[in-house]
Design a protein around this ligand. Structure first.
Ligand code: Q9C
Ligand code: ZN
Length: 341
């Protein structure tokens, strides 16, 4: 398996996350990536490559130009305004469909944010760009005929929509990769999202597209972030009608519940006739995850990988969440090892 990694992820090193009324040390931290890297090396899962550079054009296939310009200038504007802390969005348009974009950075942050959990910091944009290049390098490996690749992306991406950051995400790495695969020979692409949280950004980006199937297993949005999407009746619209499949699962769901939903999602992907598969691989469905409520054990990630591998599709795994830092490496390696069996 080709593995892609950039040490530029360490530029995303926020000191604050607004969580349950307190500023805490962010769950999404640099150690996540370095611990996964250590485990991948120990397990000899494959050669580790630095990303190739694709520039911003592939990201602009799924994100709006004004949003990307905002990400590029946000930290400069925040410091120019004289603020000393990290940039946390605090006010949202109640009329998003007709809201005009404010000029001041305090207003722009809310205009382009889906949540207040993701402090914008110096280096965040550089790290987000590097993560997108890592995902694109993995997609390119498949486009060149590779069978499997792992993109060790940080920061993650699946909450980022066309013009929204939040849920620790800035650029939607998996969506950028899926779009790249479509642009480079795959007539149909499936995205399977096994992160504990609903991949609202990926869903939004492809909601009207019939050539990209999005299937997601996640905590029931009545109880879990991002709360406002992930219901089973969100099935796509227009040309995308029928190409979106959500599997909300209840608090405490373990492998038995999970496997039933996964089997259905995999059957949907097989029937769709995808030429390539992108897996949004979060490992926050783990029982020990500090912000999630499923109960998968480490061995269940091996089973998950096995089931995905049985599809026999060219597959790109893109790292998303997973916050039980001590077990993050073993859980990711188990999923990838299971896939290779
Ligand atoms: N008190 C990903 O897994 N809020 N993002 C959690 C914690 C946000 C997770 C609340 C969770 C975002 C990529
Ligand atoms: Zn997650």
């Amino acid at each position: 398996m080709h593995i892609f990694y950039s040490e530029r992820h360490i530029r995303r090193d926020a000191k604050t996350e607004l969580s349950n009324g307190r500023l805490v040390a962010p769950y999404e931290c640099p150690a996540r990536a370095t611990l996964i890297l250590d485990r991948l090396r120990q397990a000899r899962l494959g050669e580790i490559f630095a990303p190739r550079e694709f520039g911003l054009a592939p990201a602009l296939r799924v994100h709006d130009a004004d949003y990307v310009a905002f990400l590029e200038s946000a930290w400069r504007e925040w410091t120019a305004a004289g603020h000393e802390g990290e940039a946390i969005p605090m006010v949202w348009p109640t009329n998003r469909d007709r809201a005009r974009r404010p000029e001041a950075i305090g207003g722009k942050l809310g205009y382009y944010a889906l949540a207040a959990d993701t402090s914008f910091t110096e280096g965040s944009w550089e790290a987000a760009q590097a993560a997108a290049q890592v995902a694109l390098s993995g997609a390119d490996a498949l486009a060149q005929g590779g069978r499997a690749a792992f993109a060790l992306c940080r920061p993650p991406g699946h909450h980022a929509a066309r013009d929204l950051f939040g849920g620790y995400c800035f650029l939607n790495n998996a969506a950028i990769a899926a779009r790249f695969l479509r642009d480079h020979g795959a007539a149909r692409c499936a995205v399977l999202d096994v992160d504990f949280h609903h991949g609202n950004g990926t869903q939004d980006i492809f909601y009207h597209s019939g050539d990209v199937l999005f299937a997601s297993l996640h905590g029931d949005p009545r109880q879990a972030f991002p709360y406002f999407s992930g219901y089973a009746d969100e099935t796509g619209a227009g040309a995308g009608e029928g190409a979106n499949a959500n599997y909300p699962l209840p608090r405490g769901a373990g492998w038995t519940d999970y496997e039933a939903a996964l089997s259905d999602a995999l059957k949907r992907i097989a029937d769709f006739g995808a030429d390539a598969l992108v897996v949004s691989l979060g490992v926050d469905a783990f029982a020990g995850d500090p912000i999630s409520f499923f109960t998968l054990g480490s061995a269940d990630f091996t089973r998950m990988g096995e089931r995905i591998g049985a599809l026999r599709l060219p597959t790109l795994f893109v790292l998303e969440g997973g916050y039980a830092v001590a077990e993050i490496g073993i859980n990711v390696v188990n999923a990838l090892t299971g896939f290779q069996q």
